[in-house]
Design a protein around this ligand. Structure first.
Ligand code: PMP
Length: 451
């Protein structure tokens, strides 16, 4: 059992230490008067230290802040930098596009786009690709398409999923299993139960009950939940989802934005999934804003054959800068030269070391915690056995403990993803970096448990 007084005492000590170490970051935060919530984006206020660390520069798996401190970065921009910070082939392609070629907002396609489409088709199986600037938008546009194609109104989600700020997805389950608005949902346009249904991850019976209504256009899911800890699929679950969706005339959209960590073709390839649509974003641009969705050839033909759908002008699917030459050049370079099959093998080996080391500490201190791995990503959760679905995982959240560990690690040069206890490996992450994490992690636990 965690001694809460000890936790609070240690956290206070770490807070003071953090403040003392980061005078420049603190001054920038204190001086911010023209930003909503004092930060460029309100979620940057998710900060265990009381104010955010301000970035000076980053390269590979290293970050340096404005106070001159260096970190091993296991956050990697919550997957946006899974290719490492500023990977050289991507930087070269960006510079070529911006400085040599120019033409960033011409509304004209570049040859790179077909290369990227072909590569994503090779990796994920679905044949026809379209680009966005965020995974959120790729999800939004995929949702519009499946509604149009099926003539059905609702989308089904797993409680505590995250697919970006997609209105339909901000749904959780009531105790009777029916949907309700996710707590804190800002300005919902309509009651989310009008647009969406829910079924817990790993619960095929619940899914079948919801699909039986006959009004679900698509199930939109991650093949493993990654935004409420990692919740892995049980044996047969994903095959069951595919079978049930087919039986009920419901399409299956797999969001690989995070589960891409499972391998070069994400969980779709690693686990032999057969989605109708794949969504991805973040990492494939090496940090340059991008997103993409891919449709099966059959769905693409059906959509293009519909004269009542405005796919060209203002029909609700598209963005002016989507598929722009810079974003597409960055995706090409990152997929061709950085997030390669070989790179994944090394990243996954590092994550295996990470998970094993965390497990060692959990065992030697008899902590009621679990660690889960999804390819190049590992995450520990304050529950044992591991949660089976999002609602269980949400119930195991312990904000005070999480903040303590994040701050303890940050004060000693290790960054974890602010919204998780997640560690992601990039091609440059070394075994020594992982080992460094373990030393500090164990020290944080040792102090906390007074061993
Ligand atoms: N899908 C998943 C699975 C995500 O985790 C996220 C963001 N964490 C998104 C979509 C949205 O990505 P973005 O914020 O870049 O639009």
């Amino acid at each position: 059992m965690i001694d809460r007084n000890r936790l609070a005492e240690l956290f206070d000590r770490e807070r003071q230490d953090f403040e003392a170490k980061h005078p420049q970051s603190k001054a920038l935060y204190d001086g911010a008067a023209h930003l909503f919530g004092k930060v460029p984006m309100t979620w940057m206020n998710k900060k265990a230290g009381g104010f955010p660390i301000y970035l000076e520069r980053a390269r590979g798996c290293r970050v340096w802040d404005v106070d001159g401190l260096e970190y091993v970065d296991f956050a990697l921009g919550d997957t946006g930098a899974m290719a490492g910070h500023s990977p050289q082939p991507t930087v070269d392609a960006i510079i070529r596009r911006v400085a040599d070629d120019g033409g960033l907002a011409t509304m004209l396609p570049t040859a790179d786009a077909e290369w990227v489409g072909a590569e994503l088709a090779r990796r994920f199986g679905v044949e026809r690709w379209s680009f966005s600037l965020t995974a959120t938008d790729a999800n939004r546009w995929a949702i519009r398409l499946v509604r149009a194609l099926t003539g059905r109104g609702k989308i089904l989600f797993n409680p505590y999923c995250y697919h970006g700020s997609v209105d339909e997805s901000l749904i959780v389950a009531r105790s009777d299993g029916e949907g309700m608005s996710r707590p804190g949902n800002v300005g919902a346009p309509v009651d989310v139960t009008e647009t969406s249904r829910v079924a817990e991850f790993n619960d095929l019976a619940a899914l079948e009950r919801q699909l039986a209504h006959g009004d679900v256009a698509a199930v939109l899911m991650e093949p493993a939940l990654t935004n409420i800890g990692i919740v892995l699929p049980e044996t047969g679950y994903l095959q069951g989802v595919r079978e049930l969706t087919r039986r009920h005339g419901t399409l299956l959209i797999i969001d690989e934005t995070h589960t891409f960590s499972a391998g070069p073709g994400g969980a779709t390839a690693a686990w032999g999934l057969e989605p109708d649509i794949v969504v991805i974003g973040k990492s494939i641009g090496g940090g340059i804003p991008c997103g993409a969705y891919g449709l099966s050839a059959e769905l693409a033909e059906r959509a293009l054959g519909r004269t009542d759908l405005d796919l060209v002008d203002m029909g609700g699917v598209g963005g002016t800068l989507a598929g722009n030459p810079l974003s597409v050049a960055a995706m090409r370079a990152t997929l061709e030269h950085v997030l390669t099959d070989q790179a994944f093998a090394a990243m996954i080996a590092r994550a295996t070391e990470f998970a094993a080391g965390v497990q060692r500490v959990i065992d030697s201190y008899s902590l009621p915690w679990t660690v889960s791995q999804l390819g190049a990503r590992a995450e520990y959760r304050f529950a044992s056995p591991a949660p089976r679905n999002g609602t269980e995982s949400a119930a195991s959240h312990d904000g005070a403990l999480e903040d303590y560990l994040h701050l303890y690690l940050a004060n000693r040069g290790i960054l974890l993803t602010p919204f998780h206890n997640m560690a992601l490996m990039c091609p440059q992450t070394t075994s020594a970096d992982v080992e460094r994490h373990h030393e500090i992690f164990e020290e944080a636990i040792r102090e906390l448990t007074n061993h």
